[in-house]
Every structure is written in structure tokens, then in C-alpha cells.
Design a protein around this ligand. Sequence first.
Ligand code: FAD
Ligand code: NAP
Length: 536
Amino acid sequence: MAKRVAVIGAGASGLTAIKCCLDEGLQPTCFERSEDIGGLWRFQEQDADGKASIYKSVTINTSKEMMSYSDFPIPEDFPNYMHNSKVLEYFRMYAEHFHLLKYIRFKASVRSIRRHPDFPITGQWDVVTEIYGKKESSVFDAVLVCTGHHVDPYLPLDSFSGVEKFKGRIMHSREYKHPEKFREKRMVLVGLGNSGADITVDLSHAAKQIFLSTRTGSWVVNRVSDDGYPLDVVHFTRFKNILRHILPLFLMNLWGENKLNARFNHKNYGLKPQHRFLSKYPIVGDDLPNAIISGRVLMKPNVKEFTETGVVFEDGSQEEDIDVVIFATGYTFSFPFIEETVLKIKNNQVPLYKFVFPPHLEKPTLAIIGLLQPLGAIMPISELQARWATRVFKGMIKLPSVDTMMANITRKIKKNEKWYVPSQHITLQVQYVDHMDELASLSGVKPNLLTFFLMDPKLGLELLFGPCTPAQFRLTGPGKWNGARNTILTQRERIVKATKTRAVQSCANSNFCLAPSLIVRFLGFIALFAVVFTYF
Ligand code: FAD
Ligand code: NAP
């Protein structure tokens, strides 16, 4: 009989987890506490407790080719960077196409997941759910926890003296929905993450004045990159990933900082961070420099203290008549429904092997999906995690010994501490291409570049120099998909199709048009290799 798997949550991670169960012949039951799929990406005017919340204007900052599930490309006419409503539309298409909805029980909140008394022998779990107010208990052979980690607001009010005196409104970015409510208000926004940057710009068209306070500053990147291609498409290629591993760090920092400062000088915009380019994820803030240069947003250092009607910043400057302060200070996460002896999160430390498996269990039948912070899209990583986990559940893949897993977890923590400056989610950070490859290797689905170069050079070249899109992990191994090759070879067409909605007369002699840009690129490569060889 097929093993029964409980999937908790029907967001981006839960949907693909259901599909992976089906692909592996497992029997999934998904419990979703809300009345619909999509998780964070389903905008609601009023959010329920325990569900992630977004503001009306959220546009995703990972592009469609990089964030799609590996065997279900996003339609070519969808924008490269989708509004949240389009993201949800894509998830609905995915759920319908693979007939996932019938496996989901809505309004079903998981209250506890405990080891069944026979756990050491069977690896089974007692899952208690509350469905329309009624408690139910069922036994499952395995569990995939897909509950997200952008739900519980981190509101560090204790860090700011005088906050209790402040008579204006204090709120977390999680509560923010629309700018209209803040028309003509004087506002302070604390925290320069992606939420801080987005909400500041959104508000800046309505508020009287907005002050954006940051304690560290940030490098700011643009969604639109070289030649107008999406940022992640341009930079997350296997070739550039190889360069990232071999080039000296100072050179890459120099390159990145120069490139970003060439667009606008971060120092002159009050954004220049204390850290180097690669020591922390940049924020995606296309419109932030525009809002600063037009004076709608004024940059400020960290808040030192609150007064009754305003704030004093660390540089001694003071702003009075402040109506609202929004803390865009991020999120904390926990799994209150899982026994602490199975998984305990302290100080955002994640004691999970490859961010998925608690290492100490006698049987590897519980996996956490989507609990990481990639510089890149989460969806295809959740998918690869679920592909791996379901094969582990089936016994097709064995996990290493507890000692090996613990050593791996410790190594990862140390590596992140060495590479990145401290931040809340340093514990969850992974590099997109490296991490996808790592997970793919565990499942036996990582493409062998050499083989493709020899057998199918056209594809081989796109695998190396093109964006490392999720379909690359459907070319070989378990779960191989026949549409993968074509999906990869047509990805550039899909990217361009979405923007080229007005036909533009092409050059009479296309070879002549291409020549200058090819020559520039060729010279660029020569220069790059010259630098590498000189250095070594
Ligand atoms: P969620 O989307 O949070 O879904 C979790 C689901 O689990 C929810 O439906 C919830 O109701 C359900 N659930 C929770 N607890 C229970 C329970 N006990 N019982 C039953 N059901 C439960 N990522 C990107 O890759 N690209 C982006 O551009 C991007 N932009 C973002 C923008 C914002 C403003 C935020 C906050 C995050 C963004 N993220 C982005 C990260 C985001 O978390 C992921 O895109 C994605 O939503 C994660 O999906 P998930 O399914 O893991 O979690
Ligand atoms: P975040 O990335 O954790 O950023 C929180 C910010 O708050 C950081 O800049 C941090 O500053 C600051 N902060 C934390 N504690 C502070 C304190 N005590 N005092 C002053 N500042 C403090 O959270 P987020 O911006 O909400 O983003 C959450 C996730 O959603 C991320 O994955 C993000 O990429 C994603 N997101 C995406 C989009 C989009 O796609 N359009 C939009 C919003 C969010 P330091 O940097 O100094 O630590």
C-alpha cells in the first residue's frame, strides 16, 4: 500500500510537495489552514493570524524563468516579474494541471505533529488537525512541513528607547496593504530590507514625507539587468557561478560595487552600506533611487530614540510631527506544532540537514520544505527539496549518519558566518546555483555538463552560459521530463516575448546588427581571462 504523507500548507512549497508525492507514488493529504491555495502570494485585504501577508503592490523580485517549477514553465505572455496576482494565477494553473486540489483539505489547521508510539519501528506520526473547529487525529507514514517563514513579525521595540512615549501609530510592515490610508502623513520607516524599500516607494506617492531609517545601508540592485534581461537570468548562470568560485573576493566586490555605483553613487544617496557587495544580499530597489532623487524619500541612520511626537536619529537629527512609524524589520519563525525534541528553533538557528531533515530522528520521515533564504527564487528549491525528501521517505535514498549530518550543519553555519555579515536570516542563506546543484546531486538529477557538451552541444552551451533555470534538473535521473530540453532552449524567447509586445522593425542585415555587441562581449571575455590568468 502507498505510504500516506501529510503535507502541511498549500503555498508555493506545499503545492509542489503534493505533486512530488504523487510522482513518487505516495499518497498525500494536504492540510491548509486557510480556504484557498497560494499562501503568501494570495493577497487579502484582511489577513488571518498565522498566514503570511503581503501588500497590494508586491511584484516578485525573482524572474519567471528562474522561479517556475521545473516541469511547468510560466506562460510566455506572463511578465518576467509578475505582480502577486499573476504569481497566484500561475500556482492555480499548476494545481489544476497536475490535479492537486483534490488532495487538499481547506480550513484544516495542523495543531500538533507527534511521534507515534511505534515511531522507532514504523517512523509514523500522529497528526492532530482542527477542521472547522473540530479536532481530528490521523496517523501518517511521513510528513512534509510547508508552512512558510514570513508569518511572525519581528518587532524589536525593546531596542529603541522612549518608544512607549510615542503617541503616533506604530505598526509592522506585515500590516501594510495600501498607501491611500497614509495620505499626507509624515512617516518613518525602519529597516532597509526588500519590504522596507518597496513600502517606502509605495508610500512615497501618498505620504507628505517619508524618512527611511537604516542601521547598515544596503547595495541596491535593479530588476532590469544587462541588455534588459532580468537580473537573475543574467547573473545566475553556471559559468558565472564557476567564476564566483575562482575569482578573488576583492575583485568580485570591486566589480559589483563599481557596477552598482555607476548607476547611482550609493554614498551620495545615503545608501552605502558598511559591508562589501558580497557580504550581504543586496536589495532589489528599482524605484528607490528615483524616490530619493525626487525628495519623496529622505534617508536617515538608525533611530536613537522616540519622543512623544517624533524620533531622534543616531546622527542627532530629529524629526517631529511624525504620524506613523512602520517597522519593516523582518520575521521570526518557529514550528509550535512540532515536538521540541524533534525540532527546536533558537535564535533563528536551523538544526536541519540540508535545511530539510532533523538529523536525530530514528527514521527520516519528517522534512521541512522551503525554510531557507536563497539569493534567488524559493519555489524551485522547495521543489528539489520535496523531490529529494519523497525519495528518502520511500527508502530509495539513504541519509548519512547522524554525526555526518551534524558536521554538515555546523560546517554550513560556519561558512555563512565567515562569508556574510551578521543578520537575522544569515542562518538561512544559500547561493541559488550551488544549493540547487547540491540538492539535485542528492536526488541524482544534476545534469552532467560534459556529457551534454559531447552529446548535445547546443544544449550544453545553454546549460553553461544560459540562466540556471529549474528545467535543467529534469534532463536526467528520476523524474526526467521530455519537455525539459525544449523548455531550456526556448527560455530566451519566452523572456523577450513578454516585453516585446510592440513589433519593432528589425535590422535589414541582422549579422551587421549583432556584430558590435558580439565584439564587445568577446573583448570582455578576453579581459576577464587575462585577469584570471594574471592573478593565478
Ligand atoms: P507560504 O507562502 O507562507 O505558505 C505557507 C502555507 O501554509 C500557507 O498557506 C498557510 O496558511 C499554511 N499553514 C501555515 N501553518 C499551517 C498549519 N499549522 N496548518 C495548516 N496550514 C498551515 N520568494 C521568492 O522566491 N521570490 C520573491 O520575489 C519573493 N518575494 C517575497 C515578498 C514578500 C513580501 C515576502 C514576505 C516574501 C517573499 N518571498 C519571495 C518569500 C516567500 O516566502 C516565498 O515566495 C513563498 O511564498 C514561500 O512559500 P511557502 O509555501 O513556503 O510559504
Ligand atoms: P528582512 O529582509 O529581514 O529585512 C529586515 C530589515 O530590518 C533589515 O534591513 C534589518 O537591518 C532591519 N532591522 C532588523 N532589526 C532591526 C533593528 N533592531 N533596528 C533597525 N533595523 C533592523 O525582512 P523583509 O524586508 O520583510 O523581507 C522578508 C523576505 O521577503 C525577504 O526574503 C525578502 O527578499 C522578501 N521580500 C521580497 C519582496 C519582493 O519580492 N518584492 C518584497 C518584500 C520582501 P540590517 O540590514 O541592518 O540587519
